[in-house]
Ligand binder design. Structure first.
Ligand code: NAD
Length: 494
């Protein structure tokens, strides 16, 4: 990738952003807008429409009308596939612009953003476009003169609420399968990362998606997100974000139409290092990248490092050495390994967790502070805290920042007990050369994804979903389609 092409886009002015409803750009019904501050320098980038309840209701009504007249679901599968494929092509053709815009909005380092955002989103849309004409109904093995058919139907109107850390990638995880199955979607981007996602929605319209099949409303979660959650006309709610919001969405569903709610929530994922790991240097490198990339703002971040006691000190020193070599700073530089924290609020929260950790007996082995304050941006040193007990706040609560807590363990059972001592269960890893131990750990650690001798990097062919308070349901893979389908039985007397 060419730095000069990125630099050419870094100061481009960004037009004020409106909602996209029924194929049209529309401002908030009361004309209100929210300032978008860039985490790169704290300066105002542009404004986005500050949606009202009426805006959300209009978007849902438009999606409902589009679903009811089957202008999308009723198209032949080949036609829907063509449109989704074209959308993926447009995302790819605009990849650099999308990535730079997203980085200016959310602070992710550009090297990662290019791959994880437009690159991954285009791949996801293509995957589900390819899948859409391979989903069939079933014929049940009935006895006698009856025919039992199981139809697979779209559910209706899907509400999708997206977080700020990877808006395009996570947006595509919902939009790809939802649209492929013929649903209409109303999208609600995060307050602090809506620009690139709104542009991706525009590209869907350019690709030929009919008006109303995909609407997007920006604004505050507590206003437009709540209106979506409480709507009587949204059939499925799919969400990625924090546990607190996930809990609210379940309440909204209970208070309204008992819509299906699928939640991808946070984690406190354990990365477990045994002394017999095949390559401890590689394990240290991957451990550092597994927590510090995107400034730790990754749901599956390996935020708890559990190290066998016999190698603890040497291994931590090696992780610290790798982290020291990871350059923090300008997210639009290809040399940067750790970009900005998304917002000042998040940065303050991260620093608060470090204070709590030290008050509870942890030792700051490295980092712990805000840096590069002169830029006006929100940057934090990669931070390693040792001596973390399993009960400590830093071991129990998701920081969602570049903060690694380290604990030592003695036995396999010890490692499993510590790994399973949180309410979460999103991801994890074990590093060992012992095959039996690897399988025992995969079985024993309560989590949705378990890596062996690596961390992260699972592709779109495998599901991602949590257990416990990390959520329910799955994104990615063909399993994601299940969220967007209703099974209908036809029982026919012959
Ligand atoms: P958040 O819950 O604050 O916000 C997520 C979205 O919910 C935003 O669009 C926000 O506007 C909306 N929202 C907020 N309040 C709402 C309400 N009352 N009603 C409806 N919508 C509301 O989360 P965040 O800070 O944007 O994202 C970080 C969290 O996301 C972390 O916990 C992280 O682990 C999690 N995450 C999980 C995964 C996964 O796949 N499991 C992936 C990425 C991020």
């Amino acid at each position: 990738m060419d730095q000069s092409k990125i630099d050419a886009l870094r100061d481009q002015s960004v037009f004020p952003q409106s909602h996209l409803i029924d194929g049209k750009h529309v401002p908030a019904s009361d004309g209100a807008a929210m300032d978008v501050l860039s985490p790169l320098d704290g300066r105002m980038l542009t404004t986005v429409a500050k949606g009202t309840v009426a805006d959300m209701e209009a978007a849902i009504a438009s999606a409902r009308a589009a679903f009811d007249d089957r202008r999308w679901a009723g198209q032949p599968p080949a036609a829907r596939k063509k449109i989704l494929m074209k959308w993926a092509d447009l995302i790819e053709a605009n990849a650099l612009e999308l990535a730079v815009l997203g980085v200016r909005d959310n602070g992710t380092e550009i090297g990662m953003a290019i791959k994880a955002e437009p690159g991954s989103a285009a791949g996801t849309i293509r995957y589900y476009a390819e899948a859409l004409d391979k989903v069939y109904g079933e014929i049940a093995p009935t006895q006698g003169d009856v025919l039992g058919l199981i139809h697979k139907e779209p559910v209706g109107v899907v509400g999708a609420i997206i977080p700020w850390n990877f808006p395009l990638m996570i947006g595509a995880w919902k939009l790809g399968p939802a649209l492929a199955m013929g649903n209409s979607v109303v999208l609600k981007p995060a307050e602090t990362a809506s620009l690139s996602l709104m542009r991706m929605v525009e590209l869907a319209q350019e690709a030929g998606l009919p008006p109303g099949a995909l609407n997007a409303v920006t604004g505050e979660g507590a206003v437009v997100g709540e209106a979506m959650g409480l709507s009587m006309d949204v059939d499925v709610l799919v969400f990625t974000g924090s546990g607190g919001t996930g809990r609210r969405l379940m309440e909204y569903a209970a208070r309204s139409n008992m819509k299906r709610v699928y939640l991808e929530l946070g984690g406190k994922s354990p990365n477990i290092i045994f002394a017999d790991a095949p390559d401890l240097d590689e394990a240290a490198k991957v451990a550092a990248h597994g927590i510090f990339r995107n400034a730790g703002q990754v749901c599956v971040a390996g935020s708890r490092l559990l190290v066998e006691a016999s190698i603890h000190d040497d291994f931590v020193a090696q992780v610290a050495k790798v982290a020291q070599g990871m350059r923090v700073g300008d997210p639009l530089s290809l040399k940067t390994a750790i970009g900005a924290v998304n917002s000042e609020t998040q940065l303050r929260q991260n620093l608060g967790f470090v204070d709590t950790a030290t008050n509870e007996g942890g030792q700051v082995r490295m980092g712990g502070s805000r840096i590069l304050q002169e830029t006006g941006g929100y940057f934090m040193e990669p931070t390693i805290i040792t001596g973390v007990t399993p009960e400590a706040t830093i071991a129990q609560k998701e920081v969602f920042g570049p903060v690694l807590g380290v604990s030592a363990f003695d036995t396999d059972d010890d490692a499993i007990r510590i790994a399973n001592s949180t309410v979460y269960g999103l991801a994890g890893a074990v590093w060992t050369s012992n095959l039996s131990r690897a399988h025992r750990m995969v079985r024993g650690v309560r989590t949705g994804v378990m890596h062996v001798n690596t961390y992260g990097g699972a592709d779109g062919t495998v599901p991602l979903g949590g257990v416990g308070q990390s959520g329910n349901g799955h994104d990615k893979s063909l399993h994601a389609l299940e969220k967007y389908i209703n099974l209908k039985t036809a029982w026919i007397k012959l």
